[in-house]
Design a protein around this ligand. Structure first.
Ligand code: G1P
Length: 298
């Protein structure tokens, strides 16, 4: 989208149709996105990150067996009444105000597990030709400083009119787990964007153009949806969002890689979920003191 014809950026697609095999058996009967970090399910942390960055339409791409996520963002009148009757105002606010006025959660279904690109495409009817964000719910980012990386990246989009892909440098032996971007050897600075030349999904170390990994936060031009319709299956025999982004770059589309500065936790795996709980638990007023004492005593 060229500067000037930029529309309002208010929709974020959050794919939640994954099976959560890396956190079994915890995710056998509940969605992995409902596993908790301190006092909230992971998905609520991510939705709050989206809301703080200015998004008001939260589009969940979901599947059967995942309705607990939709229920979590819905009202629970009976619970609210009980808490109100008992005068438990803080708890009442905590369950009632999960979504601020003006923010809406919309869900669409992904009928087949055909990959992240396919999941995003399932929301195409809702985004039309608007630019939109994508946030992967496994990834939790603990901000350094007042503004989240997602807020800063949305600002970078508004300033430049260019799509943004959030990245972080990872150890070389981990490049094969991620989408890896090529910024032409430019040394990225945290909190800033650099022009992107290419991207490759889960390359071998030998084929990786850098060690800058896509961390699961994107602001994309609406045209990506058209490209996804014809994106063939790629790495892992799945339709990859990364491949549609690559096609956009090949057609001369301009995108930037935004280097994050917060701390990233992959809550889609067991150790990442535990680390997020320890790190955020040490900051939460209700748990910090007790948890600190416990860790020191280990
Ligand atoms: C997906 C994306 C990949 C990105 C990663 C971040 O992969 O395809 O480009 O780096 O998320 O978590 P997945 O983790 O679903 O295999």
């Amino acid at each position: 989208t060229a500067r000037g014809q930029q529309q309002v950026l208010n929709k974020v697609i959050i794919p939640v149709a994954g099976l959560g095999t890396r956190v079994l058996p915890a995710s056998k009967a509940i969605p992995k996105e409902m596993l908790t970090v301190v006092d909230k399910p992971v998905i609520q942390h991510v939705v709050e990150e989206a809301i703080t960055a200015g998004f008001t339409r939260i589009v969940l791409v979901t599947r059967s067996g995942k309705s607990a996520i939709e229920d979590h963002f819905d009202r629970n009148a009976e619970l609210e009444q009980v808490l109100a009757d008992k005068g438990k105002d803080t708890l009442l606010a905590a369950v009632r105000d999960i979504l601020p006025t003006g923010v809406q959660v919309i869900s669409v279904r992904q009928d087949e597990a055909k990959g992240l690109g396919h999941a995003v495409l399932c929301a195409a009817a809702l985004t039309g030709d608007e630019d939109f964000a994508v946030m992967l719910p496994d990834m939790l980012i603990d901000p350094q400083g007042d503004q989240s990386d997602m807020q800063q990246m949305a600002d970078a989009y508004r300033r430049s009119g260019k799509g943004q892909i959030m990245v972080e440098a990872v150890p070389e032996d981990q490049v094969e787990r991620y989408g890896i971007v090529d910024c032409g050897g430019e040394r990225p600075v945290s909190g800033q964007s650099a022009p992107m030349q290419d991207v490759v999904e889960k390359p071998s170390l030998a084929d990786a153009p850098s060690n800058l990994a896509i961390v699961g936060r994107y602001i994309l031009p609406g045209r990506i949806m058209e490209l996804l319709k014809t994106t063939p299956r790629g790495a892992g025999n799945e339709i990859q969002l990364t491949d549609a982004i690559k096609a956009l770059l090949q057609q001369g589309g301009a995108l930037e890689a935004f280097t994050m500065s917060g701390v990233l936790y992959d809550c889609g795996n067991k150790s990442g979920l535990l680390m997020a709980n320890v790190a955020l638990g040490l900051k939460h007023p209700e748990t910090a003191a007790e948890l600190k004492g416990f860790i020191e005593g280990l």
